[in-house]
Write a protein that binds this ligand. Structure first.
Ligand SMILES: Nc1nc2c(c(=O)[nH]1)N[C@H]1C(S)=C(S)[C@@H](COP(=O)(O)O)O[C@H]1N2
Ligand SMILES: [Mo]
Length: 201
C-alpha cells in the first residue's frame, strides 16, 4: 500500500471509551457545575451527617467523627441526565456500607437530603454493596463547594442528579417518594444504561 498514514486529527472515537458511554451520552472536558440553587457555605463546626427515619436508633456524626471513619479512594464514571459523561473521575469518601453498618431497619428506600433543601430518592440497596460513598475529596483535594463540598453523595451507577451535593443525611423510608428532580419530571430511579431520564422512560 502506497498510502501514507497521517494519523487522525480532531475528534477521535476511542472504542474503549465509547463502550463505557451509556446511550445518548457524550464525553465532556472539564467538570460542569449543575446546581438548582445557590452554593451553600457549610460551617464544619455545625456540620453533621445523619441517618434517620425508619431506624432502630438515629445515627449522627460530626465532621470530625465523620472524617475519622475509614475512607476509600474510588475511580468511577459519572453520567449527567443532561447528557455529559466523565470517565475515571477520582474521589475519596466514606462508603455507605460503613455508615449503615449495624443499622437495623425495615426500610427499602432512602431519601437523601442536603443543605439548601435538595432531596433525591433511591432504593436502599443502591446505597449498599460498595455502590455509594459520601465523598469529601475530588482528585485528591477537598471537594470544591460548587461540586458539593464539604461532602456529597456519590452514586455513580445512577444519573448524577442522584449524587446529592452538600449532603447532610439520609432518611430511611418504607416507601419510595420522589425527591426534588423526581417531582419535576425526572425518572424515579434513573439508570443511565436504560436511559431512564424522565417519567415514562
Ligand atoms: N444539593 C444538590 N445536589 C445536586 C444538584 C443540586 O442542584 N443540588 N444537582 C444535581 C445534578 S442535576 C447533577 S448533574 C450533579 C452535578 O454535580 P456537579 O455540579 O458537581 O457537576 O449534582 C446533582 N446534585
Ligand atoms: Mo444533572
Amino acid at each position: 500500500m502506497a498510502f501514507i498514514s497521517r494519523g487522525f486529527k480532531g475528534k477521535r472515537r476511542d472504542p474503549a471509551a465509547s463502550s463505557r458511554l451509556p446511550p445518548g451520552q457524550y464525553l465532556v472536558d472539564g467538570f460542569p457545575v449543575l446546581s438548582a440553587g445557590p452554593t451553600p457555605r457549610a460551617d464544619l463546626a455545625q456540620w453533621t451527617f445523619s441517618i434517620e427515619g425508619e431506624v432502630d436508633e438515629p445515627r449522627r456524626w460530626t465532621w470530625e467523627e465523620f472524617r475519622r471513619l475509614p475512607s476509600e479512594k474510588v475511580t468511577v464514571d459519572i453520567h449527567c441526565v443532561t447528557k455529559w459523561s466523565k470517565l475515571d473521575t477520582s474521589w475519596t469518601g466514606v462508603s455507605l456500607d460503613t455508615l449503615l453498618e449495624g443499622v437495623e431497619t425495615a426500610a427499602d428506600y432512602a431519601m437523601v437530603f442536603s443543605d439548601g433543601g435538595y432531596t433525591t430518592n433511591l432504593p436502599l440497596e443502591d446505597l449498599t454493596g460498595g455502590k455509594a460513598w459520601i465523598a469529601f475529596e475530588y482528585d485528591g483535594r477537598p471537594l470544591d463547594p460548587e461540586h458539593g463540598g464539604p461532602a456529597r453523595l456519590l452514586v455513580p451507577h445512577l444519573y448524577f442528579w442522584k449524587s446529592a451535593k452538600w449532603v447532610r443525611g439520609i432518611a430511611l423510608q418504607l416507601q419510595d417518594e420522589p425527591g426534588f428532580w423526581e417531582s419535576n419530571g425526572y425518572h424515579l430511579y434513573g439508570d443511565p444504561w436504560r436511559e431512564q431520564r424522565y417519567w415514562g422512560d
